[in-house]
Design a protein around this ligand. Structure first.
Ligand code: SF4
Length: 241
């Protein structure tokens, strides 16, 4: 009787990491074409008059609404709208002006400290460099990207909570961290839309693709967005990010 060998156990193929879904370039192009058509010159909502007041406003905006920051900066900038005036005003008075917004103690300290650094190291100007900005107290990558884009016209993409959510829901740039979404966006957003992309996406997230309930029924990219289930008026939608 022939010796029946049992078949060698099959080696299971190594599992491939699931690549994130990506939108076809034509779909991405069409999304941004619509954003541009609706709002050719989008603007951020933080009130400012120059790169310095923009920088201070963005530093104050972490975990605060733009409306709340604008209320505080109207009082603050009426007294101090330059690095020298801010240092002269001092941390205690800055704190008084901004005490209606979150984390105000730390923010007051950072605003005075970054003003001192601008005077000492940058001739009282805001440096047009992301690396130099990130060295200032209270300034992270998102703040530096907002300043580079809005004050200096660079095509940077600042990923805040709204843009992070929209990047994931739309699959424009899925990612687990703000940096992953930012780098993903840099790869997929067509050059001609890069300058305004972050404003369009932030405003879209703030007013339409809201965190708790995206308003898909009035979304101008609804037919292009793979997020499911789409929401309808009066009904909730499952939030994924
Ligand atoms: S269709 Fe809905 S989930 Fe997709 S971008 Fe629009 S609002 Fe957001």
């Amino acid at each position: 009787m022939a010796d029946r060998q049992s078949p060698a156990p099959k080696k299971s193929a190594p599992r491939k990491a699931k690549a994130p879904r990506r939108l076809p370039p034509a779909t991405v192009e069409e999304m941004f074409r619509r954003f541009e058509e609706r709002d050719p010159e989008p603007k951020g909502e933080l009130e400012h008059t120059d790169p310095y007041t923009l920088l201070v406003a963005v530093v104050l905006s972490a975990q605060a609404t733009d409306v709340g920051v604008n209320k505080a900066t109207r009082r603050l900038f009426a007294e101090a709208a330059t690095p020298e005036a801010m240092v002269a005003l001092g941390e205690d008075r800055v704190r008084e002006h901004i005490k209606t917004i979150g984390l105000y103690r730390n923010k007051a300290k950072n605003v005075v400290a970054l003003s001192e650094r601008l005077i000492a190291e940058h001739g009282s100007s805001v440096p047009p460099s992301r690396a130099a900005l990130e060295l200032l107290p209270g300034v992270g990558r998102k703040t530096a990207n907002v300043v580079m884009n809005t004050a200096f016209g660079e095509p940077t993409i600042a990923v805040d909570t709204h843009l992070f959510r929209v990047g994931n829901r739309t699959q424009l740039a899925p990612g687990k961290t703000p940096l992953a979404v930012e780098l993903g966006m840099e790869k997929v957003v067509p050059d001609r839309y890069r300058r305004h992309a972050h404003h369009w996406l932030i405003l879209h997230g703030r007013y339409v693709c809201k965190a708790r309930k995206p308003e898909c029924w009035r979304c101008i990219i609804e037919d292009l967005c793979p997020f499911e289930p789409k929401s309808v008026p009066g009904k909730g939608a499952r939030a994924v990010v």
